[in-house]
Design a protein. Structure first.
Length: 705
């Protein structure tokens, strides 16, 4: 073989891999004297080995050569949990790397920690400087034991090969660990037993002072701030109250952690889970309670949240909450109910605004969320099937349609939400209502038959409304024009107090449907705002299958003209919404004026209401007086008294107001309603009318100086 060939081999990648020297004239006595057959064979053997090394080097270009570093195979392998001991380390925030780092650690030293059964890692929080201790499990047997024991503990994940667990979690399972150790006592030589011994002994030693101090405190029904975490065991039934209504409630304990408020003050954050609904399905939501830092020992019952077992009347509270939980489940969907008590909503700053409500309401979570899209509603985690609190899969839940409420257990009802989303029909506002204050509607004793209007007027109203509400989907009566509303529209016109509003009120009570009454004055006159309000009003009225009443709707029905663009816009907006409305609508007006033809063409029935005749007035007096009871008994008004009252020219609203004033006077005097009370009420109103109508507006003002 010629020297150029030899040099080519030496300078090739293979030669480089063999580390063959470049031939020089002084290399004549080199070991690789290629002139002999043996040398050639030897060279071929080396070339084959070198080729394999070259291919390997190309596939792993970053692998260091033997001259650069020691190969991994040459490094001593650390057997995990091979040392029957544990190690304590400190972990702090490293600004350079942007993560927490074990003090004084290097990569190799971190790997050396694997030899221990477990590592106690004390992390110092970068912001609060609070130290939290974690246990890094290196022992596979301990990992498997804790996986089983902690399967139902929220916030604890042991899925990794070498998982970490907050040390406080061991406090709550320390008795289970000792019991498990007793069960495997016969395996005295087994490594699992030895590892468990080490962990149990560490836990016992670490928490011995805590257990002793806690026992003394609990005997006195007290707790200190620093031991709040020990008061709440996993899945404990936590008692607290609703911040908006003050109603009692329960949740299942998830976690407890110290946090720092914006002003720097510390507090303990307690998180719990409960059952809530988005209006269609039932699922799990979370709630948080803050316990501000306090000094010394405090009565457990004085905490903002504490385990239900420490409540002075725990059994009564439990049964009460289970009862309200059943009511909560029954209220999923749309329900027309009665309410009396405190309700609330959260304003744009997240602050609670409370209101006292005594009215009928409509429970409707979906309508609430659609109308108040920016409202911070709790997130309800959707579910696929029923779950049990005792199963390891704590994420399993159910859809309402997949389960009957009878399948829920008492503990499920115990943790149901204490409030529902709904709408107050009196204040016209969406609020959160306490389930405890919700009852069935007390329907009015007055029925549609009691309305004193001609029978020929009653018939079309009753026929249209009852037929509409009982219609079947796809009924030919409602499908004449696709894409248009299928509503029924009534126009009631006439002087005040002759029964227009009462017609809609009694009709709703007789049909047992909500009455959604909206004065036109509350809608406004800005076309843009009016359109948004009307869209919402028509939508929710249709959704609830309610009777919608718009009082004094003159401005929306006025004749459009070329010289009033704002009025034209209002009428056009109203017409557009009316055209697509699918529901029962009553429009009332006190005066008959020139209405827009497009509006009139969409009115199904228009009814005129005249001044009440004497016979009708007597019936109205009778109706209101009969219901004017006081704590002393029924009213003492004979038929002769009612005959005398009926001769007075008063409209229905004036009669109702007079009876209300008379009833209040009788209640104040501690007696039943009498003729004298009614006469006094009428006299006070007559004096006002005399003063108001007897002089001009300016003179009337001066007469009161």
């Amino acid at each position: 073989m010629k020297e150029p060939v030899q040099d080519a081999i030496r300078t090739s990648p293979i030669g480089a891999a063999l580390q063959l020297p470049i031939r020089t004239p002084q290399d004549a006595s080199s070991t690789f004297a290629l002139g002999s057959d043996a040398a050639v064979l030897r060279l071929l053997e080396l070339l084959t080995v070198a080729a394999k090394k070259s291919l390997a080097a190309e596939s792993e270009p970053n692998t260091p050569t033997a001259s650069e570093s020691t190969t991994k195979e040459d490094e001593p392998q650390i057997e995990r949990a091979s040392m029957l001991d544990y190690k304590r380390v400190d972990e702090v925030w490293d600004e350079k790397s942007g993560k927490y780092k074990i003090v004084g650690s290097t990569s190799s030293k971190a790997d050396e920690l694997d030899r221990y059964v477990f590592v106690v890692r004390d992390r110092i929080d970068m912001r609060t400087q609070v130290t939290t201790s974690y246990i890094d499990m290196k022992s596979a047997s301990l990992r498997d034991i804790l996986r089983e024991m902690c399967k139902d503990i929220r916030g604890v994940s042991l899925a990794d090969v070498t998982p970490s667990i907050e040390r406080k979690a061991l406090f709550h399972v320390r008795e289970e660990l000792k019991s498990y150790r007793e069960r495997i006592a016969g395996d005295s030589e087994g490594m699992c037993r030895k590892h468990l011994d080490l962990l149990v002994n560490y836990t016992e030693t670490t928490y011995k002072p805590t257990v002793e101090h806690l026992s003394v405190l609990l005997e006195r029904q007290e707790i200190t701030y620093d031991l709040l975490w020990a008061l709440f065991s996993p899945n404990t039934e936590v008692y607290t109250t609703c911040q908006g209504t003050g109603a009692s409630r329960c949740a299942l304990y998830n976690l407890c952690e110290e946090r720092v408020d914006m002003d720097g003050s510390k507090y303990m954050y307690i998180e719990g889970r409960y059952l809530n609904s988005d209006g269609k399905s039932l699922g799990e939501a979370t709630t948080g309670i803050k316990i501000p830092i306090f000094r010394g020992a405090k009565r457990i019952q004085h905490l903002q949240a504490y385990p239900l077992q420490y409540h002075a009347e725990k059994e009564r509270v439990r049964q009460e909450l289970i009862h309200y939980g059943r009511n909560f489940v029954s209220l999923i969907g749309i329900h027309h109910q009665q309410y009396e008590g405190k309700a609330f909503f959260l304003n744009e700053k997240g602050l609670i605004v409370g209101r006292y409500v005594k009215s009928r309401i409509v429970v409707d979570a979906i309508g609430f969320q659609e109308t108040r899209a920016d409202y911070p509603c709790p997130r309800v985690h959707k579910v696929k099937k029923r779950y049990s609190w005792d199963t390891p899969d704590t994420e399993r839940q159910f859809k309402l349609e997949d389960i009957h409420p009878d399948q829920l257990e008492e503990r499920d009802f115990l943790i149901c939400s204490p409030t529902v989303f709904g709408f107050s029909l009196d204040s016209k506002t969406f609020l959160e209502f306490a389930v405890a204050n919700i009852s069935d509607v007390e329907w009015s004793q007055a029925s549609f038959d009691d309305v004193k209007i001609p029978e020929e007027q009653k018939k079309p109203i009753w026929a249209l409304t009852s037929t509409y509400l009982n219609r079947a989907p796809g009924d030919g009566l409602t499908d004449l024009v696709r894409g248009k509303g299928h509503g029924i529209n009534f126009l009631l016109y006439g002087p005040p107090g002759v029964g227009k509003t009462l017609t809609a009120e009694t009709l709703a009570d007789t049909l047992k449907v909500p009455l959604y009454a909206v004065p036109a004055g509350q809608i406004g006159v800005d076309p843009v705002k009016v359109e948004a309000i009307l869209t919402t009003v028509f939508k929710i009225a249709s959704r609830w299958k309610a009777i919608l009443l718009i009082d004094e709707a003159d401005i929306f029905m006025a004749q459009r003209s070329s010289d009033n663009l704002q009025l034209n816009a209002l009428v056009s907006v109203f017409l557009r919404e009316l055209e697509h409305y699918d529901g029962i609508l009553f429009l009332t007006t006190n005066r008959l004026q020139t209405f827009d033809e497009a509006i009139i063409s969409r009115i199904h029935v228009a009814l005129k209401y005249d001044e009440l005749r004497e016979e009708a007035r007597r019936a109205v007096w009778q109706s209101f007086v009969d219901r004017a009871k006081t704590r002393r008994g029924n009213p003492a008004c004979s038929g002769k008294v009612l005959d005398e009252l009926a001769k007075k020219k008063m409209n229905g609203r004036e009669i109702r107001n007079a009876v209300f004033v008379a009833q209040s006077m009788a209640e104040h005097e501690g007696t039943v309603l009498k003729k004298s009370h009614l006469e006094d009420a009428i006299a006070s109103k007559r004096q006002f009318h005399r003063d108001f109508n007897g002089v001009g507006a300016v003179e009337n003002l001066h007469s009161y100086n």
